[in-house]
Ligand binder design. Structure first.
Ligand SMILES: [Zn+2]
Length: 370
């Protein structure tokens, strides 16, 4: 196992491509020689290197029992779980890696660092408050017992029913982390996503297997203080992001066009967001007088540079594309993109019958007006 780690470093150091190929063949022949069987770790690590974390986890679950106790295998699986935001699942595996004296691979987050991140996340994480399930999917909710959070907990059966309707089966399980302390939320967010601070207008996010949300905005105001439907819709919108990414695959958030990601999340939450949908033409009109409509490319990659009008345009454009379709079209788009190498344009065309770039130009013409 250690030999393979060193060998991979050695390969990377070779300057010429043909030397790398020859060395790869020699190393591979060692791996398949009788008496030197290819162990399971040799199969998991390259998958992890390719960034296919969901695949690593699936493969790990199907390893023989003794291979699931192998410290290196446990480390790689824990690493993948952390990238899929499942720190509680990573914890027992990191402990096995630690007990086995496996410290990780060079250039990867070490076993000790993974463990320290898990400890921090567990300290910041609110207690498990409630859960709901439907079929094999389970929504666990970690959060405090205050009125704001209770207003979300009570909607869980509606959320899971809507999720099933929109995404179909199999529906993944999701953990919700709700906070009523902005500083703790920010710290949790940073540790879970290994990233910087949230924007002032952000109160939550949806990502692989998780929804994270805070009662307070950065300026201390309560999110959706006087609009219960908007509050509930915003959390469901984040669940839309979480399910889209979890179902589609590891590259979803990198590859998906911004407008589609936001548009689909709004369509999931639409039953709560009737007012927002109704107000969207006005939100667009406020900007249309002073700026030109964003291009399709800007809607794909630069939506967050001018969030308010572009969110509104994405919302109405997506609604227009799905006008005559049932809400299950959301899941069909996401699953089609998954099987087609994240070709989202082709997936939208397949499900809605419209070429999105072309349809957008018409929609922008119709919608971007005073
Ligand atoms: Zn969003």
């Amino acid at each position: 196992m250690i030999l393979l780690g060193i060998s991979l470093q050695f390969l990377a150091m070779l300057r010429f491509r043909h030397l790398q190929v020859i060395a790869s063949i020699i190393l591979l022949s060692f791996a398949v020689l009788p008496g030197c069987p290819a162990n399971a770790q040799e199969k998991l690590e390259p998958i992890c290197v390719r960034g296919e974390y969901a695949e690593v986890i699936e493969k790990f679950k199907h390893l023989p029992v003794e291979a699931q106790q192998d410290p290196a295998n446990c480390y790689v699986a824990a690493y993948a779980y952390m990238r899929r935001r499942q720190f509680l699942e990573a914890e027992p595996l990191v402990k096995i890696a630690q007990r086995g004296g496996f410290h990780g691979y060079a250039g990867w987050t070490s076993t000790e660092e993974l463990f320290s991140r898990i400890v921090t996340l567990k300290q910041l994480c609110p207690p498990l408050n409630t859960w709901t399930s439907s079929g094999h999917a389970r929504f666990d909710v970690y959060g405090p017992d205050d009125e704001w959070c209770q207003s979300i907990y009570s909607e869980l059966p509606t959320y899971i029913a809507r999720a099933r309707e929109a995404f179909g089966d199999p529906l993944p399980s999701v953990s919700f982390y709700l906070f009523n302390d902005r500083a703790i939320y920010e710290a949790f967010y940073k540790e879970l996503f290994e990233t910087g601070e949230q924007k002032s207008w952000q109160a939550g996010t949806g990502n692989f297997n998780v929804v994270v949300f805070c009662k307070y905005l950065k300026d201390g105001s309560v999110f959706g203080a006087s609009d219960l439907n908007f509050r509930r819709g915003a959390v469901l919108h984040e669940l839309g992001h979480a399910l889209s990414g979890t179902i589609c695959g590891d590259c979803y958030y990198k590859d998906v066009p911004n407008w589609l990601d936001e548009g689909l999340a709004d369509m999931v939450a639409r039953p709560y967001l009737k007012k927002l949908f109704a107000d969207s033409p006005w939100l667009i009109a406020k900007t249309a007088g002073i700026k030109r409509a964003p291009t399709y490319e800007q809607m794909c990659r630069e939506l967050y540079l001018d969030p308010k009008p572009r969110y509104a345009l994405a919302r109405l454009f997506t609604a227009r594309l799905m006008d005559r379709l049932d809400v299950g079209a959301i899941g069909r788009i996401v699953r089609s993109a998954r099987t087609d190498g994240d070709n989202f344009e082709a997936a939208v065309q397949e499900v809605t019958g419209a070429d999105p770039a072309q349809a957008y130009r018409q929609a922008a013409q119709d919608l971007w007006k005073r």
